[in-house]
Design a protein around this ligand. Structure first.
Ligand code: SAH
Length: 220
């Protein structure tokens, strides 16, 4: 990309949605709509913006990454969001997934353990006008008690096991999507809590996430 060249991000966004999401089977039209709308380039460091729509995770500093677009889309589709849902997200990171959730749900509560990332995500989301998002710095393996229970919970870091506080903070009829497994490779799990509080678990595809670090996660 030469100096002074203007990048057509809208064009790159459409191409990403076509080639990485639609052609791989993401079908939910609300999810597709959100991906066409949210400017992913705003959620990566300036010098990475030209790579924002590439088919993979990107470094966002502090040893963390913004997830691959397809992974964000798949997890969002698996959540099956309703416009009225109250959602808890663990691992705000860049805030990109947060914005997608904010497009599709009622209220989004997001917890990030690295203050600098939380602050940056907060700023970008505010600039873009998302008024239905609250971000907190802390250990997300303990959930966010204040606003529980949640209709949907999404964890965007790899967990050694499903943190018990998150199961407790999931509403009856609720659903959680979380990568679970050893430190360097996990499987995407979908948990559903029935109306009488029973938890039913299904497995989706294998995946790789940075570690979920905390009291109910990995040790630093
Ligand atoms: N959805 C984000 C993913 C960022 S990577 C994005 O696409 O940008 C995962 C994030 O989880 C990192 O920012 C990391 O700092 C955070 N994280 C790890 N353990 C955590 C914990 N216990 N509580 C909250 N955030 C945590």
């Amino acid at each position: 990309m030469g100096r002074g060249e203007v990048v057509n991000f809208a064009r790159l966004r459409e191409k990403m949605v076509q080639e990485q999401l639609l052609e791989r089977g993401i079908r939910d039209s609300r999810v597709i709509g959100a991906f066409l709308k949210v400017p992913r380039e705003k959620f990566v460091p300036k010098k990475m913006q030209v790579y924002a729509y590439e088919d993979g995770p990107l470094s966002i500093g502090y040893g963390q990454t913004i997830s691959q677009p397809y992974m964000v889309a798949l997890m969002t589709e698996l959540l099956g969001l309703d416009k009225r849902d109250k959602v808890l997200e663990i691992g705000t990171g860049s805030g990109y997934q947060t914005a997608i959730l904010a497009e599709l749900a009622g209220e989004v509560y997001s917890v990030e353990r690295i203050p600098e990332l939380a602050e940056r995500a907060q700023e970008v989301l505010q600039d873009l006008g998302y008024a239905n998002v609250k971000i907190r710095v802390g250990d997300g393996t303990l959930g966010w008690d204040t606003y529980a229970p949640y209709d949907r919970i999404i964890v965007t870091a790899g967990a050694p096991k499903v943190p018990l506080p998150l199961i407790e903070q999931l509403a009856p009829g609720g659903r959680m999507v979380i990568p679970v497994g050893p430190r360097y490779h996990q499987v995407l799990k979908v948990l559903e809590k029935t109306s009488d509080g029973e938890v039913v678990e299904k497995e989706d595809i294998p995946c790789v996430f940075v570690p979920l670090i905390g009291a109910e996660g990995w040790q630093e």
